[in-house]
Write a protein that binds this ligand. Structure first.
Ligand code: KG4
Ligand code: ZN
Length: 355
């Protein structure tokens, strides 16, 4: 029997503050190089677009080269090049798109534009270079799948009726959950990015120490809002500081635990509603905030109640922004022949691209 040819794709993501390039072979991640800019943005307490753009420009060539070297592939081995065209920071997206077009023109390869959020959504399907990953093979009966995407820029619930067929059924109307963690950490001068720091401090705190709101909990839709929670946290911190301007460590840990619990609780209320409403066969989770272990524990609990399997990306490098997840989405797009063979200039950045 003739062996089916594997699809080798070089993918690039420069949507925010990581310059990333990856080589995938079908769903196998052969390399996933991430040049993080966190150190450059830290002193500003958030991503500065012009700094991000310059860092992408400086890092892109070396990142692509390293991704090819680590995968032991050359440009000649590639079936296609994929790139994130949105959503993200316009001037950051532009750098990855320019590079991908350049490679496609020089090496005569098809160009696959990928929605960054589709990358997060399909990230649980990525395996390591030996093919080890989540134990699932998608068939017609696997659908619908519910996608739960929680990152620094987005909080979304998506119904997947087939790979490539998506319907967003819930999203945040203001801040994303990751953004709320980052802003909360900034209020307490804890550092950037905030999610991981808040999670660590929350481990030593009491989640019942302070009462914080669960915005939108009683509103009968699947949308989120985190800006009211952020304001409530700010008022609470200011109130505590009137008695002692420098909060002590136990107070900070209690604040982190209470805030984290409020975010997770808010996330779970709508996730539970969506699971009941849509009766999916699987739950897929993706995005940076999904690294949070308390969140994962509660998601697993909800999936158990709904009696369905839940899948997370197999490691943290697939959870936060990376190009390997773009390669996974691109693999399916390549099969569906959703690529550009020429007229690469038609592809433009789409900062507000949505499902
Ligand atoms: O997916 P991602 O890398 O970037 C976007 O596409 O936005 O997510 C980054 C976000 C940041 O807001 C960061 O604070 C948050 O994910 N994050 C976490 C944790 N690790 C990263 N939030 C809560 N707990 C964590 N352990
Ligand atoms: Zn992302």
């Amino acid at each position: 029997m003739q062996k089916r040819k594997l699809t080798t794709i070089l993918s690039i993501d420069t949507s925010c503050d990581e310059t990333s390039a990856s080589v995938t072979e079908n769903l196998k991640v052969l390399s996933n190089v991430i040049a993080s800019q966190v150190d450059l943005h830290r002193k500003w307490g958030g991503v500065v677009p012009t700094i991000a753009k310059r860092a992408h420009e400086e890092n892109i060539d070396a990142t692509v080269k390293e991704a090819l070297t680590r995968s032991r592939k050359s440009f000649a081995d590639l079936d296609a090049v994929a790139v994130t065209h949105g959503p993200g920071l316009a001037i950051a997206l532009e750098i990855g798109i320019k590079k991908a077009k350049e490679i496609c023109k020089t090496h005569h390869k098809p160009l696959i534009p990928v929605n960054h959020m589709e990358g997060h959504l399909l990230s649980p399907l990525a395996t390591n270079s030996k093919g080890t990953g989540n134990d699932l093979s998608l068939q017609k009966g696997s659908f619908p799948i519910l996608g739960f995407l929680v990152s620094g820029g987005h909080t979304e619930i998506v119904v997947v009726s087939a790979i490539g067929k998506y319907q967003k059924i819930g999203e945040t109307i203001d801040d994303a959950a990751g953004e709320a963690f980052d802003k909360f950490a900034k209020m307490l001068n804890l550092g950037y990015p905030g999610g991981e720091i808040v999670e660590r401090l929350a481990l030593k705190g009491n989640q019942k120490a302070y009462t914080l709101p669960r915005p939108m909990a009683n509103i009968d839709n699947l949308n989120y809002s985190f800006s009211g929670l952020k304001t409530a946290a700010l008022y609470l911190i200011q109130k505590l500081q009137t008695t002692s301007p420098n909060l002590n460590k136990p107070e900070i840990c209690d604040l982190c635990a209470s805030f984290q619990e409020a975010v997770i609780d808010s996330l779970m209320i709508k996730l539970r509603k969506a699971l009941n409403l849509k009766n999916p066969h699987y739950l897929f989770c993706g995005g940076g905030v999904i690294s949070n272990l308390s969140l994962r524990r509660q998601i697993r609990h909800e999936a158990r109640l709904a009696k369905i399997p839940v899948f997370f990306p197999r490691n943290d490098r697939l959870t936060t922004d990376n190009a390997a997840m773009i390669g996974i989405a691109a693999y399916f797009k390549f099969q569906r022949k959703e690529f550009l063979l020429k007229n690469f200039n038609k592809l433009d950045r789409q900062p507000n691209l949505s499902f």
